[in-house]
Design a protein around this ligand. Structure first.
Ligand code: SF4
Ligand code: SF4
Length: 105
């Protein structure tokens, strides 16, 4: 797949290309990389700050056990949204992208 068609691929297509083929170790590493970027988004998000939540990268790890209030969501501004063609938001309360995709959303 060329660069342009990759950029236009859906989340499900990208998922199959990368994540479907990953080992557990690679999955862990990829979460680490997402966390590094997510710090500037979830980490500064009004729904996240002052909740005591320590986790990030909810688009991968799924719902927070701490965040309950949807104040606002910065995911649309996060580069991961574009990189992975994510089309949802509020992963911290709605669940991760794979789950939302499987739910047909
Ligand atoms: S998923 Fe969205 S609402 Fe939740 S902490 Fe991250 S940016 Fe905020
Ligand atoms: S899309 Fe949202 S949850 Fe995922 S890394 Fe970006 S800010 Fe964090």
């Amino acid at each position: 797949m060329g660069e342009e068609s990759f950029a236009n691929a859906t989340f499900e297509e990208k998922l199959e290309m990368f994540y479907g083929k990953m080992t557990d170790k690679q999955w862990e590493n990829s979460i680490e990389q997402v966390i590094y970027i997510c710090r500037d988004y979830c980490g500064k998000c009004p729904s996240h700050v002052e909740t005591g939540e320590q986790n990030l990268a909810f688009c991968m790890i799924g719902k927070s056990s701490v965040i309950t209030e949807k104040k606002t969501c910065l995911c649309s501004q996060c580069p991961i949204t574009k990189t992975m063609s994510l089309r949802w938001e509020y992963y911290c309360t709605n669940g991760n992208a794979i789950k939302l995709s499987q739910a047909g959303k």
